[in-house]
Design a binder for this molecule. Structure first.
Ligand code: ZN
Length: 398
């Protein structure tokens, strides 16, 4: 028989992952009498965890009081570290963005990076009262959210215990940026009404993530979803990961820049010209033939692979995001079209394909929500099993 603590965690889990609920909903879901729900509510209300969220009219015409997590209970910071800079958001307990800030500077040196993040955490602790911080990084992190693994792309050359290096007041949790973004889109973004959500990110890296019932699947080693390192149609090119023929070698922002620069250099009879991501987006917007064709081919390649991934995972919704999707219409359109064409015909009409609704905030929101989940576990309000489809082995003490 379940203990009172398990009932309490079940109560919080329903509000965290399904949203607001009436006492009768909670009683039915937990298999308890309504009177038992009242005795669970009291300590949660006293601690400020839950709040009454107005009333709704039930099927019988009665006004029913709805319960929800208190938005002010656990504000958190989410920081996204990427080639575009450092973006941070403060979210309330429910993942709504309260404030955001952008820093263009994003040092490659991990100590300098940690110092900047430590400064943001200190400021937001004072100004916003954040209780936890999640850091979304390009590349994999370990299962416990402490270690930033060396994937070969960022160039730090070794695994770094970045959470410990930051070591600032509130608990700090590391997460992969695409795992975080996919989680955010599945909880509070474009796919919030869906249970099995495939998120496809196309930018400097190419990755997918899977959110199952509002929990992100990270895999046994934290590297689930590395679509960019699956096999492309062109096996000749060596990837920074050490394998040949990865999708990222022909279909990613760096690959597109390299291809267009080389083609322009050949046309001009000079060496490869240098191009930036901003140039690439602008040229595609102007209809430049090289940019449009390169990005169309990249979108076809990613769309085919992401469609195959969708066939493997059978999602009810797919969300596409990342800078190329957000800023290059021909890329987004091609990706969505090819992806749908690769879905198994019997589900092709049933799978919703969305463009992400959270834009550049997605990874920060997801990181903040993962940090909140971990804090709920630390406070005994959620079980460790409730927050992840993969049990976090090793140092799960956050
Ligand atoms: Zn690779």
């Amino acid at each position: 028989m379940a203990s009172k603590e398990q009932h309490l965690q079940g109560f919080v889990s329903i509000l965290r992952f399904r949203g607001s609920a009436s006492r009768l909903d909670l009683a039915a879901a937990l298999g308890l009498a309504p009177s038992a729900i009242s005795s669970l509510m009291k300590p949660l209300a006293d601690r400020g965890v839950i709040t009454s969220q107005g009333t709704t009219v039930s099927g019988g015409g009665r006004r029913v009081s709805m319960l929800a997590l208190n938005p002010g209970f656990l504000p958190a910071l989410g920081v996204e570290v990427s080639g575009r800079g450092i973006r941070s958001v403060v979210t309330d307990t429910l993942g709504a963005v309260v404030s955001r800030r952008d820093l263009v500077e994003c040092p490659r040196d991990p100590d300098k990076l940690a110092s900047i993040i430590r400064g943001i955490i200190a400021e937001e602790r004072t100004s916003s009262g954040i209780a936890a911080a999640g850091i979304a990084l390009g590349g994999p992190v370990d299962a416990a959210g402490r270690l930033w693994r060396d994937s070969g792309r960022w160039g730090h050359g070794k695994d770094i215990a970045l959470a410990d290096v930051i070591a600032a007041g509130p608990p700090v949790l590391l997460t992969n940026d695409v795992h975080a973004a996919g989680l955010a889109e599945s909880r509070v973004g474009a796919a919030r009404d869906y249970g099995v959500v495939l998120y496809v990110h196309a930018g400097t890296g190419v990755r997918i993530s899977i959110a199952l019932d509002k929990r992100v699947y990270t895999g046994a080693h934290g590297v689930a979803g590395e679509l960019g390192h699956t096999r492309s149609a062109d096996p000749a090119k060596l990837c920074y990961c050490g394998n040949y023929g990865c999708i990222e070698t022909i279909a990613s922002i760096p690959a597109a820049l390299e291809q267009i620069s080389a083609a322009r250099g050949r046309a001009a009879g000079t060496g490869a010209s240098s191009l930036t991501v901003d140039d690439l987006v602008r040229l595609a917007g102007e209809g430049d033939k090289l940019a449009v064709n390169t990005l169309t081919r990249a979108a076809e390649e990613i769309g085919r692979s992401a469609g195959d991934a969708a066939t493997l995972f059978d999602p009810d919704a797919v969300v596409v995001g990342g800078r190329l999707v957000e800023e290059v219409g021909v890329f987004a359109g091609t990706l969505r079209r090819v992806l749908r064409s690769r879905l198994l015909p019997i589900i092709r009409g049933d799978v919703q394909i969305f463009t992400g609704s959270l834009g550049r905030d997605a990874a920060g929101i997801g990181a903040a929500m993962l940090a909140q989940d971990a804090e709920f576990v630390r406070l005994g309000l959620l079980s460790g099993e409730a927050v992840s489809p993969v049990s976090r082995s090793g140092n799960a003490s956050f």
